[in-house]
Design a binder for this molecule. Sequence first.
Ligand code: MN
Length: 283
Amino acid sequence: MLNESDPQSILQLNSPITLTNVIQDVANLTACDVIGDIHGCYEELVDLLRLLGHSDLLRRDLPIASPDAPPLLLFVGDIVDRGDRIMDSLRLVHDLCTKGYARMVFGNHDYRFFRWLQGDDVKIAHGLEQTIAEFNQMPSEQREVWRTQLLTFFESLPYAIRFDSGRGIVVHAAWRPRMKEEIDLRRVRYYAIYGPTTGDLTPQGFPERVDWASTYKGPEFAIFGHQVYLRPYNTPYAVGIDTGCVFGGGLTALRYPSRELVSVKSRSARAAYNGPMLDPNGD
Ligand code: MN
């Protein structure tokens, strides 16, 4: 029996954590909206959810979803860092997930914040400083409750979500079919949240990324974020939906199964972009 006032009861909606469920299956999820990298752009997240017809999900008194109902939303991760309303964004996504309306996969930024919460020595850069500042500004009692909720939530997150009887897959950065047979969690995690890299560094000092989606041939239809594009990167088997909202671009959703792309414009750039912002239709 689910009890809304008991977070432990709510969280039992998520399966227990084992190495084999780093890739979660939601076979009965046949229609959903997949949301790109938010990075603390709370206002645009609200704009996008309204545009998609999900205003109901913004109600403060949103009840817990029926346990049999598949989620309505999937998030590609990177909720935190760089933006101006990081905790509001994270609270909304956390609540939608724990109430059964959404699921998310880890992004590299979420994962780094998770490690910081656990007390690991992580480099405080690339926007993590804003996340920590917002977190530390909370009244201490409220903050410690939130810390516990966040740790429980992050511990439950997968690195990939397969849905629609295996036809679709959501990952933060990259997917390869043989990942589901791999048992080395670190390799799966690295590939899913950072994607393949050449081993070289860009002139700005970032690992040079490989355009894996251009040669990816399925079988799953893959939806991902992480790499910022001027417009969604659309290939037959994979769609990249990070259109750089926090850098002044837009926040994009892919509606599955129609593959319609829905975007809202960024209200303002909160950070300067210093990586390659690719135009997938520019060549
Ligand atoms: Mn990102």
